[in-house]
Structures are given as C-alpha cells and as structure tokens.
Design a protein around this ligand. Structure first.
Ligand SMILES: [Zn+2]
Length: 153
C-alpha cells in the first residue's frame, strides 16, 4: 500500500520530481483538477482498443471508467499504435501492478490513483504486439495515459 498524497503534494511532486517513479492514491477529483491529459499528444482510445483492454482485464467495456486516453505513439519496430493496453500489460508483466488492482481501479472500485514519474525517468513500456521497448518523450507536463480514476503524470 502506497501513501496517499494531498492535492498540494501532487503539485509539489510535479514541480520537483521525486527520485523514484511511484503510484499514489490521491483525493477524488485530483485527476480532473490536474488536467494533465489535456497535454499535447494525448488521444482518446477507440472502441476496439477499449474492448481489448476490457477483455484483458476480464471486465465489460462499459465498466471501464473513461474517457480512456493514451499518448499517441507508435512502436518503431512494428508500427503498432500504443493504447492503454500496452501500458497495462507492461505494468502487470513488470510487476508494477497486479491485474486485479488494475481491474479494481479502472472500474472505479478502488479510489483514484496517479503514477508520478520520478527522476528515474518513469516506467518502461513494451509493445504488446512485438515486445520491443518503446521510448517516449519525457519533457514537460505530459501524461501517458489516463482514465477518470487513474493517470500517469
Ligand atoms: Zn511493436
């Protein structure tokens, strides 16, 4: 269990990044207030992508609390366009989150969470199609994915 942050602590961490990338529980409404997903380069996931994510998590697509947004990048090796699913799969395989935890959070049953990128550069993401690591831009206030209950900032 990670410590819970106040909204002010989130803002401090975004300004002055902690050493280690970590996921925190945050007060309800923090993600909407941050609006990091308004940052350039985010797109909304389409229906097919949302269905695949729901399949992976073993839930119904309508139970995923969107809008589900993801950074708009393609894998350089196979040109697969990354979706939330690539980040979710990588997190589970990497041991950052359990699949059950992701299911609970993305269906809104377990509060609101933010992964704050640290000075370690953030979490890796692997292409779900070919398995290669996908590098992402690192600068500024930029997010990689978000739902109404979970975001990466
Ligand atoms: Zn690929």
């Amino acid at each position: 269990m990670q410590p819970q942050l106040t909204f002010d602590e989130i803002l401090e961490y975004l300004k002055d990044r902690p050493d280690v990338t970590r996921t925190y529980q945050v007060p309800r409404g923090s993600i909407a207030r941050l609006a990091c997903d308004e940052a350039a380069g985010m797109r909304e996931m389409d229906e097919a992508e949302t269905l695949k994510l729901a399949d992976y998590l073993d839930v119904s697509a309508k139970d995923l609390r969107g809008p589900l947004k993801v950074v708009d990048v393609r894998c350089a090796s196979c040109t697969h366009r990354l979706s939330f699913l690539d980040f979710a799969k990588t997190a589970v395989e990497f041991g950052a989150h359990g699949k059950e935890d992701l299911r609970q959070v993305l269906t809104g049953k377990n509060g609101e969470w933010i992964t704050i990128r640290g000075r370690d550069g953030g979490r890796p993401v692997s292409c779900a199609q070919c398995g290669n690591d996908v590098p992402r831009p690192m600068a500024g206030c930029y997010s990689e994915y978000s739902s109404s209950d979970y975001a990466y900032a």
